[in-house]
Design a protein around this ligand. Structure first.
Ligand code: NAP
Length: 252
């Protein structure tokens, strides 16, 4: 079997109805995983695309505005892959930033990510330990360039994504020895709903493109392929890494 195969694996992707989450769900399914497409709204389009391609998928309503929403989700189930992708962003000057814009972003982007990982790991780690050197499961957290850089007018998003990088490392430290791989992907500028306002602003769009060595926006599929790799046996010795998929942005 290919070292990139995800056959017989069960995966849950949060925020799988659109954008990066949808592309990750499609990529995992293409490698053979049975994918639960979780969203605060129905993920019907994602499930239809997976099944039309011959894959296996199901929908789940999961609103992570309640950071504990996934508390009991993994009990008695055989999930071995969790993709913590759901995220929101609020833009305002730090002088004007509101408490709700702080709390809402921290809850979905960081607190829910941690407690969903905790619930997943509690179930995953009760299963028999793998042979030494083998993986029993994988968590991939979606970080950001703003896990490393400050950004502007997005204070809660920057704080949360720096937190995602830190949480990825501590969970890897705690769970690597038990065969659970925890890593993150830091996407660069990817064309999704999240970035539509930036792409529609000619000045911002030009400035962004001038700084990306690859010279173009990334596609959600660019993140999908990286996520599938990080969940596969090929990545079994990768722990606590934050992989930049950014067209070279952070290398500038
Ligand atoms: P997107 O198209 O806006 O997708 C965000 C996803 O998160 C959607 O499925 C959204 O559902 C879901 N979500 C938001 N709030 C949720 C909640 N309370 N419960 C459950 N799901 C919720 O944006 P995207 O670009 O694909 O973003 C995906 C991830 O990549 C985010 O973590 C984002 O921070 C990160 N990221 C994106 C970029 C980029 O350039 N696009 C760069 C760096 C990092 P709804 O459709 O219902 O809103």
């Amino acid at each position: 079997m290919s070292v990139f195969s995800l056959a017989d694996r069960r995966a849950l992707v949060t925020g799988a109805n659109t954008g990066i989450g949808q592309a990750i769900a499609l990529s995992l399914a293409a490698q053979g995983a049975r994918v639960t497409c979780a969203g605060r709204r129905a993920c019907t389009d994602t499930v239809e695309q997976i099944t039309a391609a011959g894959g296996s998928a199901e929908e789940l309503i999961l609103d992570l505005a309640d950071p504990m929403a996934a508390r009991d989700l993994f009990d008695g189930e055989e999930y071995s892959i969790l993709i913590n992708n759901a995220g929101i962003i609020r833009r305002a000057e730090s002088l004007d930033f509101t408490e709700s814009d702080w709390d809402d972003v921290m809850d979905v982007n960081l607190k829910a990510l941690f407690f969903t990982a905790q619930a997943f790991a509690r179930a995953c780690l009760t299963r028999p330990a793998p042979a030494p050197g083998e993986s029993r499961g994988a968590i991939v957290n979606i970080a950001s360039l703003l896990s490393f850089q400050g950004g502007i007018r997005v204070p809660s998003y920057t704080a949360a994504k720096h937190g995602v990088a830190g949480v990825t490392k501590i969970l890897a430290n705690e769970w690597a020895a038990q065969g659970l791989n925890v890593n993150a992907i830091a996407p660069g500028y990817i064309a999704t709903n999240n970035t539509e306002a930036l792409r529609n602003d000619p000045d911002r769009n030009r400035a962004i493109l001038e700084r990306i060595p690859a010279g173009h926006w990334g596609a959600p599929e660019d993140i999908g392929g990286t996520a599938a790799f990080l969940c596969s046996p090929a990545a079994r010795y990768i722990h606590g890494a934050i992989i930049n998929v950014d067209g070279g942005w952070l290398a500038r």
